[in-house]
Ligand binder design. Structure first.
Ligand SMILES: [Zn+2]
Length: 115
């Protein structure tokens, strides 16, 4: 509504900086995984197929883990924009600064994180 695209944000938000940094880091790691992936397929004509497959599995698992984290980080950034950042998605209570400091992309409060 009264958003001014391109203008500086009114408040400097350390959480946003941290989430942006985390997003960049995760994207870089995903990029590295894919780069390594390609190098391996080109390079490993002589390698034992089973071992390559096992390594591919590991890379896939790692990549999917990174993607989940990236997803959480991007979701948290979206919530910052929406003004709902730091609110538990289950109960609507504040997640708490300590917890957000340790886990900036946290989606749930202590009570609802388990399970
Ligand atoms: Zn909760």
């Amino acid at each position: 509504m009264s958003n001014n695209p391109g203008s500086a944000p009114e408040t400097h938000d350390p959480s946003r900086d941290e989430l942006r940094a985390e997003e960049t880091r995760l994207e870089a790691r995903l990029g590295e995984l894919h780069a390594g992936d390609l190098a391996e397929t080109q390079d490993d004509n002589f390698a034992d197929g089973g071992q390559v497959a096992a390594e591919q599995d590991e890379i896939m698992a790692l990549a999917s883990d990174l993607r989940t984290q990236l997803d959480d980080v991007q979701r948290a950034l979206g919530k910052l924009d929406a003004g709902t950042y730091g609110i538990c998605e289950a109960c609507g209570e504040p997640i708490g600064d300590d917890r957000l400091e340790a886990m900036p992309a946290a989606r749930f409060c202590m009570l609802h994180v388990a399970g």
